[in-house]
Ligand binder design. Structure first.
Ligand code: HGY
Ligand code: MN
Ligand code: MN
Ligand code: MN
Length: 425
């Protein structure tokens, strides 16, 4: 092994190492085949078979690149350079995102940040670059909460938010997480071994597609994220009385689906008309028994509220609860509400923002500072260290759908800025 040239000398003697764009794009293509659907969508819901296959696939690529890969008790994949190559004076810099997707989602949300992090680590390794901190790549587990409804699962374990997680998590169908987590290499009874203490990171950097229209509309290549939205997710159950659709008179029905439908309309109105929060959505609705000629007995739905102001989120949540109580009385049904997720909005770190901006300028990419409308693992990792996020444009501003795309040059540009920023931290 040649003696690694200290990156300080290396930077002085020649330009910093550059990303292998072709390898980055090829890895994204191959990863997108795991969980691929017939219409170009990708389904790799957290701790599903496809998710586990993706985690193992990325771990194999890391090892083939001469790096090491290990899964912690929370199911997070951590990739490191073999010993050395960094000073011991400062805590590590963590770069990454998530590999799991929503159902029939896109090929870039999360995956792009993980593959770019692998590319950064491999480029540093091949250049024998010395950094004064260890650089670690991570794929956080179950960021989306699509199968097991605890979004940000892996980053919450990593950041030590164990008391915010259920002790025996189950998926939407009631299947326990314990076995699925074990198959992914984790261990529900040893989560504490996977937590990192506050101050144990120099920085966490997440490269991500914007998932919105702003960068494309303003023709900017690099987004410097200044804040990440707050989010409240409520799981609502509406219990009515099942009955025969043909023989049960309309008078006296206790139909939970009628109440749920009115709630869906009220939720979108509280953002669109009353402007109580930035956006409000019901994206999931389960009807039991879901039979065309039966009045349902139970309807479950998830309410997703987003805003950058925690007080507005609390007011919007109160309004949802009050509206639901009124509708329940009128519909003579019983309701319950669980706050599944409450994540506070987070500001990114100014010094990291400056490093991202300087990197984009050095590389000649047009940039814009903007907030994130989507939630990210970075807002959880912010509990234990300073965080930064880099965005690249999303074609037509769409995400969480098969049409999710980013121009290849922009994908490479984002990874170049990620690498350059790591070297500046
Ligand atoms: O829902 C979100 O904001 C993210 O994609 N998990
Ligand atoms: Mn997502
Ligand atoms: Mn994401
Ligand atoms: Mn994210």
């Amino acid at each position: 092994m040649h003696n690694p040239v200290p990156v300080a000398d290396k930077l002085r003697s020649d330009a910093p190492p550059r990303i292998d764009g072709a390898r980055l794009l090829d890895r994204l293509d191959r990863l997108a085949e795991i969980g691929a659907g017939e219409n170009g969508g990708v389904t790799r819901m957290g701790f599903s078979e496809a998710d586990r296959e993706a985690r193992a696939h990325v771990a194999r690529q890391a090892v083939e690149a001469g790096l090491t890969a290990a899964v912690d008790a929370g199911g997070n994949l951590l990739i490191r350079r073999p010993g050395g190559h960094h000073g011991s004076g400062r805590p590590p810099v963590l770069v990454g995102s998530h590999l799991d997707t929503v159902a029939n989602g896109g090929r870039l949300d999360g995956a792009y940040g993980v593959i770019a992090a692998l590319e950064v680590l491999q480029t540093l390794h091949e250049a024998g670059a010395e950094t004064d901190h260890e650089t670690i790549a991570v794929a956080f587990a179950n960021e989306e909460g699509s199968l097991f409804p605890q979004p940000f699962w892996g980053s919450m374990v990593f950041a030590g938010r164990l008391d915010a997680l259920p002790s025996e998590p189950e998926d939407y169908s009631g299947k326990p997480l314990r076995e699925a987590l074990a198959r992914a290499g984790g261990d529900l009874s040893r989560l504490a071994s996977a937590t990192w203490a506050p101050g144990s990171l120099t920085a966490y950097l997440e490269l991500h597609v914007e998932q919105g229209p702003v960068l494309e509309r303003l023709d900017r290549t690099i987004g410097v994220v200044d804040s990440i939205t707050g989010r409240t997710q409520l799981s609502v159950q509406v219990h009515g009385r099942a009955g025969h659709a043909g023989t049960t008179p309309m008078e006296g029905r206790r139909d939970p689906l009628v109440v749920a439908a009115r709630l869906v309309d009220a939720v979108q109105a509280l953002a669109r008309e009353e402007k109580l929060c930035r956006v409000a959505t019901v994206g999931r609705l389960d009807v039991r028994p879901n039979s065309p000629n039966t009045i349902p007995d139970l309807v479950r739905l998830d309410v997703d509220l987003r805003d950058s102001d925690p007080a507005r989120l609390r007011a919007a949540e109160r309004t949802v609860r009050e509206t639901l109580a009124t509708l329940a009385r009128a519909g003579n049904v019983r309701v319950s509400v669980d706050a599944g997720v409450r994540t506070a909005p987070v500001q990114t770190d100014p010094a990291i923002r400056d490093a991202i901006a300087a990197s984009a300028t050095e590389l000649g990419y047009a940039q814009l500072t903007l907030p994130s409308g989507a939630g990210h693992d970075a807002q959880i990792v912010a509990d234990i260290g300073p965080v930064g996020m880099i965005f690249v444009p999303s074609v037509d501003g769409v995400s969480h759908v098969p049409a999710e795309r980013t121009a290849p040059d922009d994908l490479v540009a984002g990874a170049e800025v990620l690498l350059r920023t790591v070297l500046k931290l």
